[in-house]
Design a binder for this molecule. Sequence first.
Ligand SMILES: [Zn+2]
Length: 82
Amino acid sequence: MLIVRCKDCNKEITSTNKTQVCGCQNMMTVKGDSVTALDLSRVVMVNSTKKEQKSNVLTSQDLAFQEARRQRKVRKLDFEIR
Ligand SMILES: [Zn+2]
């Protein structure tokens, strides 16, 4: 299960077996373990089952900071598409 957020419209989507779309022009689409979008760099992975991220102990501001820092280091986000 994934929780991803679209930076364009700030909508957060928790993945399910059903296809979900954020609804803005970035067209972030979440289904199962896969995330697609027109621009994946504008999609934030909030939580992922196999990442070490301890997102539940951090505030959203901390998370935003971490995301910003991560993106400065690594441009490409690590998405798994199956
Ligand atoms: Zn969006």
